[in-house]
Design a protein around this ligand. Structure first.
Ligand code: NAD
Length: 470
């Protein structure tokens, strides 16, 4: 399906918004219910389209990490948004009493969403849930790497929603560039840090506020107090779901040199238990495209050339694996900071291990680098856990787990610095897509008139008294 003129769609959405600036809860609820029904009615079509786009995407992973997360997000929004929409009372400082303060949440207007390919449904629809709940109109640009999914989403949303409610613009980078230059009332971008910079500067020209959900290198620290029976499968699962093509996948591990070999053995064995074969296995997801496959192979070659050792899980035929664009868990040891695998986000099933003798060394390693999107710590020693929490800054954290903090609707999801700006999910999403308007309600009995000019000695005295209360 071809796109209509994006300027005209935006004008149409804004005109429609201006006729109904503060949609009632029933209207928002109906949109959320319709969205939920569209997704439920087309589950199998979404699973098929996403799998075809990937080459193979496990249906279970699509159900778990996309369909069910989105439905849970909608359910949560249906349960709570009416409460979030209410005007809130805010305290008033004593010198202004008996005046009152209130905060009035208002929709921003037209929200633009740009989404990536790795969880195409989740990352297009979850921001939409926040935006619709907050009363906005939505324009979406999904990724060109999932064309079947993107066309399907455009078609099923277009059957139910009018262009001035939700509009999906499909196409390549040229469309994405034109899209990010539109003067939206808010723009949420999910994707790489490099493209995030470009999108932020396009939005800056319009002073469009942006939420940037970016990537980065998310470290894992395993304390000696960790229960390894739980830790190994949790790390292997977090790394191998979607074949490591997850923004919050563990990117690298920090551990003492003496523990690396034993840990590598256990992790490889675990991966082989999860996936008795990688080739032809419907549970194991393919790498999205040839260019991404070549980039991952390039990271391995560069690391090997610079002295890294490599352990590969399974015993699959490498030609078959290449044909299916599948890469097994590959643990990379003897790493050094000059290797590309230690410099760029991996976004695939390669897992480098960095030798780090003490917790202080690990903190130093993390602090010296870009602030990560996620950080993982495994252990039972609460003092060390708190030391790690207090000495690192990351978008989010899971303790004794990987990735699951992302699906907690009551905590914010977002990055910090190069891993992102702003957050969403649950009430945090509602606030991101709302303008929280502060309103001061003056009283008949205001003392303000005592400060009117001409300024006299009496004015100075009153001001002095007031300042005592400030
Ligand atoms: P990407 O940055 O290449 O593309 C994301 C979107 O940006 C796509 O829709 C694309 O069409 C659009 N785009 C590309 N070039 C553009 C340009 N010049 N101007 C405007 N838009 C442009 O990212 P990707 O490869 O699709 O996704 C992988 C990256 O996304 C990883 O870095 C990953 O960590 C990150 N990610 C982050 C989150 C998160 O929630 N923080 C979630 C998933 C993925």
């Amino acid at each position: 399906m071809t796109n209509k003129s994006l300027d005209k769609i935006l004008d149409g959405q804004r005109a429609a918004f201006n006729t109904n600036l503060n949609p009632a809860w029933d209207e928002r609820k109906n949109k959320l219910l319709k969205l939920s029904k569209i997704i439920a009615d087309n589950e199998q079509k979404f699973k098929d389209a996403i799998s075809e786009d990937f080459g193979n995407r496990s249906f279970v992973e699509t159900t778990m990490a996309e369909l069910s997360i989105v439905q849970a997000g909608i359910k949560h929004a249906l349960k709570h948004t009416q409460k979030w929409m209410r005007t809130r009372k805010a305290p008033t400082a004593i010198q202004f009493k008996p005046a009152k303060n209130i905060i009035v949440p208002q929709p921003r207007g037209v929200v633009g969403i740009i989404s990536p390919w790795n969880y195409p449904l989740q990352l297009a629809v979850m921001p939409m849930v926040g935006a619709l709940g907050a009363g906005n109109r939505v324009m979406l640009k999904p990724s060109e790497y999932t064309p079947r999914f993107s066309e399907l989403l455009k078609s099923v949303l277009g059957e139910v929603f009018s262009d001035d409610e939700i509009y999906v613009a499909t196409g390549g980078v040229d469309v994405a560039q034109a899209f990010s230059a539109l003067p939206f009332d808010h723009l949420l971008f999910t994707g790489s840090t490099n493209v995030g910079r470009i999108v932020a500067s396009a939005a800056a020209k319009n002073l469009t506020p942006v939420t940037l959900e970016l990537g980065g290198k998310s470290p894992v620290i395993i304390d000696e107090s960790a229960n390894m029976k739980l830790t190994i499968p949790r790390i292997a699962n977090g790394k191998l779901i979607n074949a490591g093509q997850t923004c919050v996948a563990p990117d690298y591990l920090l551990m003492p040199q003496g523990k690396i070999d034993g840990f590598t053995d256990a992790l490889i064995k675990q991966a082989e238990r999860f996936y008795p074969t990688f080739a032809g296995n419907p549970d194991y997801t393919s790498i999205i495209a040839d260019a991404h496959y070549a980039r991952l192979q390039g990271l391995l070659e560069d690391a090997q050339t610079k002295g890294a050792s490599i352990r590969v899980a399974g015993n699959d035929d490498s030609q078959q694996m290449a044909k299916e664009r599948r890469i097994p868990l590959t643990v990379v040891t003897n790493t050094t900071p000059d290797m590309k695998i230690m410099q760029e986000e991996i976004f695939g099933p390669l897992l480098p291990i960095v030798a780090s003798e003490t917790l202080a060394d690990s903190m130093h390693y993390i602090q010296e680098r870009d602030r990560p999107l996620a950080l993982y710590w495994f252990g039972e020693d609460k003092a060390k856990r708190d030391y790690v929490l207090n000495n690192t800054i990351s978008g989010g954290v899971s303790i004794n787990e990987t990735a699951w903090h992302v699906v907690q609707e009551d905590i914010p999801f977002g990055g910090v610095g190069p891993s992102g700006m702003g957050s969403y999910h649950g009430e945090h999403g509602f606030k991101t897509f709302s303008h929280m308007k502060g309103v001061f309600l003056q009283s008949k009995f205001s003392g303000g008139k005592m400060l009117y000019p001409p300024y006299t000695e009496k004015t100075q005295k009153v001001l002095g008294m007031m300042r005592k209360f400030m």
